[in-house]
Design a protein around this ligand. Structure first.
Ligand code: PLP
Length: 466
């Protein structure tokens, strides 16, 4: 069966076509091998089109996208300026090897370097976030001549060998068991006051103790063995954990003291998600390397990369950097990045994310927390929010346990199913619902989504014993 001859879909919703949807689903099930899944249980919704903050299926059902797909479509679906830039570049030249200079590639690098803090003036392009982290780690190891990289238990850094080894979340385990993970990785605990690993009761205490813990890990691992600390500026998938004031500055200080490279993973938190170009801008800290992907061009064409400080760039002035990719700086992806960054500036999309977070989503979620006993904590900034669900507010027992499998996740599965039935597409992770819509979301759309979430949380409330 082939779908090649089917006409192109328009970004406006056409008439439902359930039979076509079924054909697409059948072809998928016959030939697709899906990500992060036991293949036997996969049953994807065939999506017919998408526009702005919505997508729709072949039955004509519309979803308000509170996920930005994989938390990457910061500019929303089908932004006409980004689509036009890709078409224009495709007409001119689809591909030219990274050996050559290319207008869009250079311009994308210039814009990204201009947005990055401090002296991070050069960009190494990759295809996505995991390979951006792989290359940042490689640069740090060569720059320092040291092997180990430190990262937090509550983290996700990507699905390739070193990136999944540095990932803290349970997706790492099966990779370790199968021998697919890389070595020389060490995990530590980052700050997370609601479930403090340090018995802290204030943000200031959590910050000081988390930094003291990191310094101890550095001391016991041996500073002369450590190339880099890799940190999400705001932890994304593993909790949307906004660090306390002073934490990232403290990490910077520790890295300086011990000659360690500070890599900020901004793959999810960057390009407006947290209401700034880079989340780390909230604290005025300059890392040595920034990794990015997702929001740089909202994934209209795959793109990621590493922004490199002058000091690390100098290491490779006369020494060959032993890494590269066929599609490094792909012209279509870079054209999309130039258009996306330019549109985000012109249309003040990042300012919109910050404002909607501060005026609508944050207050809206806090109001839900005041009425639903299943909500233990809400936290976030910009369009980057977590609703943490508990069985009991006093004990903070998670509504779904860490690393839950099978029926253990039923309470949250039911909440998510209600949202989807009612046209809201959220993100969830164990006991959390993440509210991560595109940065372009309107106040009305945000309120509409929160109203559906309000009803869905009544299901979670039934599982509480507080
Ligand atoms: N780093 C972070 C913080 C991420 O959230 C992700 C993906 O979700 C990655 C890295 C990996 O990016 P990619 O899936 O593009 O390889």
């Amino acid at each position: 069966m082939t779908t090649a001859a089917l006409p192109v879909h328009q970004p406006t919703q056409g008439a439902p076509d359930p039979q076509r949807g079924e054909r697409i689903r059948a072809t998928d099930r016959a030939h697709l091998f899906h990500n992060w899944a036991a293949q036997g249980g996969v049953n994807p919704i065939p999506v017919a089109g998408a526009s702005g903050r919505h997508f729709w299926d072949y039955d004509g059902k519309r979803y308000l996208d509170f996920s930005s797909q994989f938390i990457n479509m910061n500019i929303g679906h089908g932004h006409p300026k980004v689509v036009a830039a890709i078409k224009e570049q495709a007409d001119r030249m689809c591909m030219i090897a990274s050996t050559f200079a290319n207008e869009q590639r250079g311009e994308a690098a210039r814009l990204i370097a201009e947005l990055a803090p401090g002296d991070l003036n050069h960009v190494f392009f990759t295809n996505g976030g995991a390979d951006a982290n792989e290359h940042a780690i490689r640069m740090a190891r060569m720059h320092t001549g040291r092997p180990k990289v430190l990262s937090t238990y509550r983290s996700y850094h990507g699905g390739t060998a070193a990136a999944i080894s540095l990932t803290g979340d349970p997706r790492r385990w099966a990779n370790e068991n199968s021998g697919s993970a890389a070595g020389n990785t060490v995990h530590f605990f980052g700050p997370y006051l609601y479930r403090s690993h340090f018995h802290a009761t204030t943000e200031a205490e959590e910050c000081a103790r988390a930094l003291a813990h990191l310094e101890q890990v550095i001391a016991f691992e041996g500073p002369s063995t450590i190339a880099a600390v890799l940190l999400e500026s705001i932890v994304g998938t593993a909790g949307i954990l906004v660090p306390p004031a002073g934490y990232l500055a403290g990490v910077r200080e520790l890295c300086d003291r011990y000659g360690i490279v500070f890599i900020a993973d901004e793959v999810m938190s960057g390009f407006g998600r947290a209401g700034e170009w880079f989340a780390i801008d909230h604290w005025g800290v300059t890392p040595d390397l920034i990794t990015f992907a997702k929001g740089v061009n909202s994934g209209y064409v795959p793109l990621g990369g590493v922004v490199v400080s002058d000091e690390i760039y100098e290491t490779f002035r006369d020494v060959v950097y032993p890494g590269g990719l066929t599609y490094s700086g792909h012209p279509l992806a870079c054209a999309a990045a130039v258009a996306a960054i330019t549109a985000m500036r012109e249309e003040r999309i990042i300012e919109n994310a910050a404002r909607v977070g501060a005026e609508v989503i944050g207050p809206g979620l806090r109001e839900l927390a005041s009425r639903h006993p299943s909500v233990g904590e809400v936290r976030g900034m910009g369009v980057f929010w977590a609703v943490e669900l508990v069985r009991n507010r006093e004990t903070r027992e998670m509504l779904v346990p860490y690393a839950a499998t099978g029926t253990q996740s039923r309470p949250v599965d039911e909440v998510v199913a209600f949202c989807k039935e009612n046209g809201l597409w959220p993100v969830y992770n164990y006991n959390r619902i993440h509210v991560v819509p595109p940065c372009t979301i309107t106040d009305e759309e945000a309120r509409e989504g929160l109203a559906i979430l309000d009803q869905a949380l009544s299901i979670a409330d039934k599982y509480t014993d507080g």
